[in-house]
Design a protein around this ligand. Structure first.
Ligand code: NAD
Length: 278
């Protein structure tokens, strides 16, 4: 099994499939990430606010896997956009992770009412220049936020990590990102289990046709769309299942049937709207 590498707009590569640790209990994180590394994941997505960077770091340290084989993402939390707070925040994250550099550092949310996300991203540009992160990007940013960041810093983020799953495909921001060379990382790729995605005929029929599970079909749909994904599970059998997605290809008809699951009125969203978190 070889996980495809995607080349970002800064020339660095990222494994297209990884493991996310949102809501993984800090006490359970080392074991979960150790299991993930054991079954073959090399890309881990965490965040300062998840409170489990130390567990990720402990698993990395114990794994013995060479640093350059791993891809580690963490994120700047919303209360640390101002002044030199991003410098302090990344230092704290690196300490917990036991790393000298992360592979990707993201502004977690734009918190637009505070109007400091452009400053936060400009600080990330400095952190990249200092070698504390290899690539930089944003998360939960909409088109107006991206436009301002690019116009005011002159730097295009490598990725935008947004809620994206079949019922909520965010066509406006994904189209803008594609036009500007920004890769999409899809969070909540399985809809966080919050609606009956797996029982819908578009997914269930493809699962039967390919002899795969519904979760594998949805992950395959993301991969064929070019999304970077890191579904979360704390169960080793599901970690294995979510990685076993490279032996089938969805047909154009199957892809279109899943594309059609988005009501396109925003009602498929399961998480917070970026304009509403401040
Ligand atoms: P997800 O869509 O990955 O759903 C996770 C849930 O799906 C799990 O709790 C589990 O119950 C279920 N699941 C996983 N594998 C399964 C399988 N094979 N079969 C059946 N059910 C399965 O949601 P998520 O964890 O929110 O998103 C993935 C990652 O995205 C997170 O762990 C985190 O790293 C990232 N994320 C980022 C943000 C952000 O604001 N940037 C927000 C949420 C999540």
């Amino acid at each position: 099994m070889t996980i495809p590498l995607i080349t970002l707009n800064d020339g660095h590569t990222i494994p297209q499939l990884g493991c996310g640790v949102f809501k993984v209990d800090p006490a359970d994180t080392e074991r979960t990430v150790s299991d993930a590394l054991e079954v073959g994941y090399r890309h881990i997505d965490t965040a300062a606010i998840y409170g489990n960077e130390a567990g990720v770091g402990a698993a990395i340290a114990k794994s013995g896997i060479a640093r350059d084989e791993l891809f580690i993402t963490t994120k700047l939390w919303n209360d640390r956009h101002d002044g030199d707070e991003p410098n302090k925040a990344i230092a704290e994250s690196l300490e917990k992770l036991g790393l000298e550099q992360v592979d990707l550092y993201l502004v977690h949310w734009p918190t637009p009412a505070k109007d400091n996300y452009v400053h936060a991203f400009a600080k990330l540009v400095e952190l990249r220049e200092q070698g504390l992160t290899r690539s930089i990007g944003v998360s939960n940013h909409l088109v107006p936020h991206l436009e301002r960041i690019v116009a005011e810093t002159g730097v295009t983020p490598a990725v935008n990590q947004i809620e994206l799953h079949p019922a909520y495909q965010q066509r406006e921001v994904t189209t803008w990102a594609a036009d500007h060379g920004i890769r999409i990382e899809a969070w909540g790729p399985l809809g966080q289990g919050k609606y009956d995605l797996f029982g819908t005929p578009a997914v269930a029929d493809a699962a039967t046709a390919h002899g795969k599970t519904p979760a594998q079909i949805v992950i395959g749909w993301h991969l064929q769309k070019g999304n970077i994904v890191f579904p979360k599970s704390v169960r080793i059998e599901r970690l294995r299942e979510n990685l076993d997605v490279f032996d089938f290809t969805l047909t154009d008809t199957e892809l279109s049937a899943i594309d059609a699951l988005d009501p396109q009125d925003g009602s498929g969203r399961v998480g917070t709207h970026p304009e509403e978190l401040n």
